[in-house]
Ligand binder design. Sequence first.
Ligand code: ATP
Length: 242
Amino acid sequence: MLEVLHLAVNYRGTAALENISFSLNPGQVVGVIGPNGAGKSTMIKAILGLIPKRQGIIRYRNQALSRQLSQVAYVPQRSQIDWDYPITVKNVVMMGRTRHTGWLRSPSRASKAIVQAALERVGMWEFRHRQIGELSGGQQQRVFLAQSLAQEADLFFFDEPFVGIDKTTETIIFNIFDELKTAGKTLLVVGHDLGEAARQYDRFLLLNKYLIAQGSKSEVITSQNLQQAYGDSVLWQLTADR
Ligand SMILES: Nc1ncnc2c1ncn2[C@@H]1O[C@H](COP(=O)(O)OP(=O)(O)OP(=O)(O)O)[C@@H](O)[C@H]1O
């Protein structure tokens, strides 16, 4: 179980997150929803120790997560990745193996087989020699998904994986989420809307600086909670009754 206790984050003295507490159980896909600027990406980065927290404890299996980062796979928002960086599809996925092989050792036969299987799983093996900048948005997302699979992690964090992708990629991502769930993995997924993708989630965290609600869809997606998170934005009014 992953436990987040009283997490708070500041950016230059201004609070982006306050008093966030929840836990994640194995075999669940948990969706993080909330308006732009709610702190969804910030929450993932703080949990992973990529940015400092003002307060809070992050524990995985009763020990500090910071000492178990090899258990974690993270796929950041596409906008945060430098797509001009000269690297092939295959080497992006091979980077998922560095915790297993080390930076300086050449990859083992087993690692090469894992990378191939991951690329085949997302339908990108034939693109293995391409530069990542030369792919469509959906293909890029699939390559990073393959990298996370190659890591053989237990905890998966995906930041807005459904933005700017095609239907084929969406189906592949849904199927892989299902497989990871069945394998007892723990998934935290930042979603950009409450529509199609939200059907995938077993539980929801509704965020806007504070954790406004957490639980099942019927517990979280209520008019009152959405009003509190989104204010008078029309977004929730269109999606609340789905
Ligand atoms: N590096 C930074 N320095 C200062 N402020 C930041 C920084 N990164 C994010 N913020 C601010 O912190 C708040 C939370 O941002 P964050 O990107 O975590 O939100 P989000 O919910 O992921 O948004 P989106 O849905 O737009 O991706 C916002 O007000 C944002 O402007």
